[in-house]
Design a protein around this ligand. Structure first.
Ligand SMILES: *Cc1c(COP(=O)(O)O)cnc(C)c1O
Length: 381
């Protein structure tokens, strides 16, 4: 019998049956009026749900392509860009921007902490930046950036486009594009939307669309807003083939999210994350991100003394749960547990009980049920 392995990495996340079924549907032509209607509804629903009065682009591609799309449409060669980085994914923007001939300044934070609002404000006052990037949740550190507060402060810096990488946050950490003053937000289908990998969603404000228009022709082709705008308006037109089944899967995921409500979904993730942190601390782990900037979508769990990373993660796999290794200086010292999307108490109990068994296999003297019990107490409070 093929082994069932629960995927608890920070994306892809578990895909519920109703979304899987959309992936398995018989293909339709992209010009089929039934598909055109579905695609148009997805575009409009995503715009409404995240309160974006500009344009929403759900396209084939991954989060990294969305990073490139964000930068390409609001900057021209020689512009200054400020990168606010709370870890590995923040840093990814450095390479993307340098390859485009942009002048990059980086504000970094010690891993586990977030760059402060004051530091950002000070930097933006020093010179003129065409754009600034902020990672809502950095998936290497599980640090949450104060996006709403930054957005408020950005009113003082209207020449700078506020780009938010929401790949490990959007649809789990509350996000309101217009309300938070975000110019570009993007995510990937495989994270908090709980869909298979392969689709990016990018929301652009009216301001971002106007900036793109002011640039004339840009060197990029596939990610150019101007190429996609007519298709987003009327998906019966062709520019590049849409990911038909992923559109359907995203439509189902968006319906699930709308039904739950963004605020309720945020609250569920918050309560769940706090209970998970209590559970892991009860069996000797410590959480990398400081409590004041801790994300609700994943955790970087630092091992108790003496636990070998490779051995622990191999044991987890044997026990039917896959978790991710840590990055950077924390590689070998911690593992990463994803807990975003369409998961419930049963999923977490399954994962935590595998963590208990794997710790035992690594020689730790813990009592079965310690983490599971702490989780159950906290989540049902
Ligand atoms: C996963 C992730 C990305 C990259 O997305 P891909 O779909 O792997 O290209 C970018 N930023 C953050 C914060 C992520 O978590």
């Amino acid at each position: 019998m093929e082994k069932n392995v629960l995927v608890m990495i920070p994306g892809p996340t578990p895909v519920v049956k109703s979304i899987q079924e959309q992936m398995g549907r018989e293909i339709q032509a992209f010009g089929d009026p039934r598909f055109v209607k579905d695609y148009k509804e997805l575009i409009d629903d995503l715009g409404k749900l995240f309160n974006c009065s500009g344009q929403t682009f759900p396209l084939a591609g991954t989060g990294t392509l969305a990073m490139e799309m964000a930068i390409s449409n609001v900057t021209r060669r020689g512009d200054n860009v400020l990168i606010v980085s709370n870890g590995f994914f923040g840093d990814r923007f450095i390479d993307i921007c340098e390859r485009k001939g942009l002048n990059v300044d980086v504000l970094g934070a010690e891993w586990g902490t977030a760059v402060s609002l004051e530091a950002i404000d000070r930097k933006l006052s020093e010179k003129k930046y065409a754009a600034m990037t902020v990672t809502h949740v950095d998936t290497s550190t599980a640090v949450l950036a104060p996006v709403a507060e930054i957005g408020k402060m950005m009113k003082k810096h209207p020449e700078t486009m506020f780009i938010v990488d929401g790949v490990a946050a959007t649809a789990a950490e509350f996000t309101d594009v217009d309300g938070m003053g975000i110019d570009i937000l993007f995510t990937g289908s495989q994270k908090a939307f709980g869909v298979c990998p392969g689709m990016l969603i990018l929301w652009a404000s009216e301001r971002a669309l106007a900036r793109r228009k002011s640039l004339g022709t840009i060197p990029e082709y596939y990610v150019d807003f101007e190429k996609w705008l007519p298709i987003m308006e009327n998906p019966a037109k062709y520019f590049a083939t849409p990911a038909v089944n992923l559109v359907w899967a995203m439509k189902e995921a968006t319906a699930i999210i709308s039904e739950e409500g963004l605020k309720a979904r945020d609250a569920r993730h918050h309560k769940n994350a706090q209970a998970i942190h209590k559970a892991l601390e009860a069996i000797g782990f410590s959480i990398l991100a400081k409590p004041e900037c801790r994300a609700d979508t994943l955790s970087v769990c630092i091992y108790p003394n003496g636990v070998d990373d490779a051995k622990f993660r191999a044991a987890m796999f044997e026990e039917g749960v896959v978790v991710a290794g840590a990055l950077g200086a924390y590689a070998g010292k911690a593992f990463r547990l994803g807990h975003m999307g369409n998961i419930d108490q049963n999923t977490i109990v399954q994962a935590l009980s595998a963590v208990e068994r794997s710790l035992k296999a690594c020689g730790c003297d813990i009592r079965y049920g310690t983490a599971v019990g702490a989780y159950m107490e906290a989540i049902n409070e």
